[in-house]
Design a protein around this ligand. Sequence first.
Ligand SMILES: Cc1cc2nc3c(=O)[nH]c(=O)nc-3n(C[C@H](O)[C@H](O)[C@H](O)COP(=O)(O)OP(=O)(O)OC[C@H]3O[C@@H](n4cnc5c(N)ncnc54)[C@H](O)[C@@H]3O)c2cc1C
Ligand code: SF4
Ligand code: SF4
Length: 812
Amino acid sequence: MRERLVLVGNGMAGVRTLEELLKLAPDRYDITVFGAEPHPNYNRILLSPVLSGEKTPEEIVLNGRDWYESHGITLHTGAPVTTLDRARRRVVAADGTEAGYDRLLLATGSRPVRLPIPGSDLDGVVTFRDIADVESMVAASAKGRRAAVIGGGLLGLEAAHGLRERGMEVTVVHLADHLMERQLDAEAGGMLQQSMAERGIAFELSAKTEAVLGEEAVSGIRLADGRTLEADLVVMAAGIQPEKSLAEASGLHCERGVVVGDTMQTFDPRVYAVGECVQHRGATYGLVAPLFEQAKVAANHLAELGSGRYEGSVTSTKLKVSGIDLFSAGDFEGDEDTESMVLHDAASGIYKKLVVRDNRIEGAVLFGDTIDGSWYFELLRDGTDISDMRDQLLFGQAHVGDAGHGEGGRVAVMADETEICGCNGVCKGDITKAITEKGLFTLDEVRAHTKASASCGSCTGLVESLLAFTVGEGYDETPRKKAVCGCTDYSHDEVRAAIRDHALKSIPEVMHFLEWKNEDGCTKCRPALNYYLLCEWPGEYADDPASRFINERAHANIQKDGTYSVVPRIWGGVTSPAELRAIAEVAEKYEVPTVKFTGGQRIDLLGVTKEDLPHVWADLNAAGFVSGHAYGKAVRTVKTCVGQEWCRFGVQDSTNLGIELEHMAWGAWTPHKVKLAVSGCPRNCAESTIKDLGVVAVESGWELHVAGNGGTKVRAADFLTRVDTAEEVKEYTAAFLQLYREQAHYLERTAHWVERVGLAAVRERVVDDAETRRALADRFAHSQGYAQNDPWRAHAESGDQRSYIPIKEVTA
Ligand SMILES: Cc1cc2nc3c(=O)[nH]c(=O)nc-3n(C[C@H](O)[C@H](O)[C@H](O)COP(=O)(O)OP(=O)(O)OC[C@H]3O[C@@H](n4cnc5c(N)ncnc54)[C@H](O)[C@@H]3O)c2cc1C
Ligand code: SF4
Ligand code: SF4
């Protein structure tokens, strides 16, 4: 028999938890839902546009009754639960309906505060929380002329805007001396007030409401200074309180809200709680983004998938008044130890303020131009060191040098992971993927497919820019497109996260877990999965040759006439007469038609037949050579110049460092090929600045350059940092390679990867944070312990002349 799950509270957090749960474990529970409101689950955030007449109540329904039915969920609406009997594990609703549970989810939201002042219960005094409130306000606006809104916070201002749109004369009465004082500083609050005043809304600031006036119905309000304002409608938008009465009455531990731990369980482990009713680590939340994070964790736990933990959220706020762009996050006031960076262009109505402590953003307030809000929020949340971009920070992400090639508008430079729609947790990558894969052309289509901008709507401008950019510029050809292939809707990052978080250790396991549409996969996903598994589980995952491209399976590059090229590894490009002799003998013995030096200073034996390959390898092996991996998505060559030992300009021993680097890094499988170089002085004869990682000697040490590229599209490497010693070069190189291995999408060169994630993010881990760097280098070394097996030797030792020949050909 299935376990019984009862949800009390049919609102945004509770039903989101069910949605997540149904994705993870659709058949685990018999689910019953009790909702106090008579409606199915709707988007509370969109009550503001309903009030202003931009949307109808029907348009904001998130899950209609058919959704409950189709998932076999029993729904009781208009049925507030009045008793929670934890001893008998039952709930009872006001109408007498009862339900037993094995697990219970409380998601009772908040109650709007009604000020304890005379007259607050008069007819015509409303709060702003649910559809019934909006219906009362709409009805009042049809009859009356004047409205007073008590509270100049987010809700009060949205109510004021909505009522104004309905034709009422609206006055906002606010206790503080500027609007939204919990999210805005005085400057931005003043600009907001001006914009709203231009829309015909009046304000009484630093004003306390002392009483609501009227006999039966409201006729006005009286302020503490004795003045009165006439009003036919009074909206109290003076804050919310977690709705904990049911939990409290049942004996569950409550403080300001229902107290939960990191798994979203209350003190009774059978009882979970999510949403605004919850108090977690002392904090309560009044915005959806954190509640959706809680929902994920609760669903995970309910599905018994385990270990996800909610650790609290940093929140950001936007206002949903059309034409007013406002964004706020974190500590926007600062203190004596913080500095404020401010850009104020009064003529254009733009104000941007960043509060910075120790080169890290702690708070942001944006008015008039909020496009960089999500980026600042990301920097804030990640604690990114902004020293490198200080001078351009206020101008936005598009102006910061390392963010890519810059063209194509500001949305172009955002990373795929940048959150565009905070309400629904939709990132740029999700949106571009939907646009390109599903051929979307309109905002409504994007909303329908991704939910982006379908809630509060404040990211609409961003989504539109993204749409214009993506559709307009053939965006699907850029590496930002993320679904691994047509066999799945999951992105590379999602697949990697699943492999890591759910300890998936084989290709079939990954495909099963992520519900691959094609159970055999294809030539795109199989090699990618093989690489991701190799990278994540060194020593545990057994390489799957059938999931490799032909070159990698044959350990040689196939040439256009069907023969192969064989490139033995020549460490740092330094060879010896004995090695040359051995290569010459192999070339003669197997009648290799062409012997040529490669661009990476190696010797290439071109035109080896497939049958001869194993013999050629065996002979080269016997002479001490290992494979040069010239065919693989792997570390290839380390090119060096002659350096200090021979060259009169040389300032360091580039040759030996190159040899050491190659000994350290050979054999590593990487998302794409990786080339290194070491030059003995800034004359840079080894062309270090067009390599994936290039080292250039200077008098005082070594400069490291990364993400360079020769090939069709030359890209000069970015300067990463300067270090003093060869040992440091090795540690930084190992860390850089490991970060690339762990973060890049399969077949993404270092150049594209660094452009995608931003050089600053790489520098932060490889340069600024010594602990992270060492951890990366250690993981690289650990992985190398398993990777440095010469495939030629392995093959020769196996004695199986045919073992490398594929069973099922996978061609690139
Ligand atoms: C007008 C408005 C605008 C908003 N704008 C934004 C915004 O722009 N961005 C943002 O992030 N957030 C916004 N919010 C806040 C957001 O809507 C809430 O954070 C979110 O809805 C909270 O979800 P919840 O599930 O915890 O509570 P709710 O969505 O309130 O759901 C709780 C439900 O439980 C029901 N309930 C309570 N007690 C019982 C009981 N005993 N038995 C059965 N049912 C019960 C309630 O009736 C309610 O339906 C806004 C809120 C409002 C009111
Ligand atoms: S890079 Fe400098 S040290 Fe190396 S060969 Fe060229 S000039 Fe000499
Ligand atoms: S440059 Fe072109 S032709 Fe020459 S080896 Fe590379 S791919 Fe082949």
